[in-house]
Design a protein around this ligand. Sequence first.
Ligand code: AMP
Ligand code: MG
Length: 417
Amino acid sequence: MFRRLLTLEEAKLVIQKHFEAKPLGVEEIPLLEAFNRVLAEDVVAEIDIPPFNRSTVDGYAVKAEDTFGADENKPVKLKLCGMVCVGEKPKIRVEHGTAAEIMTGAPIPEGADAVVMLEDAERKNGEVYVYVAAARDGNIMKAGADIKKGEVVARKGQLLTAREIGAIAAVGRAKVKVYKVPKVAVLSTGAEVTEPGKPLAPAKIYDINAYSLSAAVQESGGKPVYLGVFPDEAAELEKALKTALASADMVVTSGGVSVGPKDVMPTTLSQLGKPGVVVCGIAIKPGKPTTVAVVDGKPIFALPGHPTSALLIFHLLVRPVIECMAGRMPTKYATVKALASTRMFPARGRKTFVTVKLKEESGKLVAEPVPMGLSGAITTLLRADGFIEIPENQQFVDEGEEVMVHLFKSEKACIKS
Ligand code: AMP
Ligand code: MG
């Protein structure tokens, strides 16, 4: 098959031209299942939170002015007039000269405007000795102090973490509208590739890509649909791809896109439907044979088999598409400046990504390449902290030159020291 290598930017534009990545729709789900989903509505508080003035301590509800002048040597003596428990509407009223025992979280009874902490009072024979003067509203959380009625507690587009989910529960919502999760069919190819968990026959290797890519799909906000490993055989592959298209919103495959005699993925993809293959090779290293097709309005990303290449290309090309379909903002990956530990060359005419490890040498951050020559090695990614990008038209990056390292961590995941 004829291949004209597109630049990475051209490839992205061509994909966008044939496939508009946008949210797939909205569904209402139980709040208990909403973790890591993206909110598709503004959640507005319909009540004040807390809904009533409540005590923030265990102690005695009093009229503040009754305690004025009280100190350790001159306690104020008040008559105990009853008790206010949590979860109950107070049945008593605090009159001048009296105090009601109250629990943390219980409503402030009528007449009281402050709470004296248990530790600042002493109870003797039905009377309460207050040793500290209370300020008006002291130890009281006012209705609406946390969330005001009408306030937006979580916004459309927010990723729901424990904190947002807590805030939504606080206003009494048990269901939320979220964006649908895009389903991404994942399949591997190659006669040598064996599913983990099965015995490994001679000349076989375990499937890394279906697993690493499925995890990457989840990280991007998609739901992976694992379809298995298929041989490099056009008819079987075609059947598998048709099943994949029918069962998912997008397909990600790995292997079989190079120019070897068994690399039947591009021709198989070109026979699946319209518009078919839209990207057949990208001028990047690694990832040159990456092939992308669009069939029946669904994209198929056929990544190279080398596990490190597959994951890097996923990161560059596939992740942003899934994020968009999931209603997420594209993840911003943190960058740091470092000095190149050695001279690095790009592959001729190709934008080159060099995986690097960061080290500190004499107080300076140094980026040392983790060789990708063996780009089949998944451990490259385990050892690397990120990658640097060398443009196709640059001759080389010199030793000691400042480079920008794109970290494999999102900005949010980085703790700034
Ligand atoms: P290919 O792109 O099919 O030519 O594969 C390139 C290299 O990656 C070969 O060494 C394959 O054995 C290896 N490879 C392909 N698919 C996988 C996979 N799913 N898991 C691990 N290694 C793979
Ligand atoms: Mg193969």
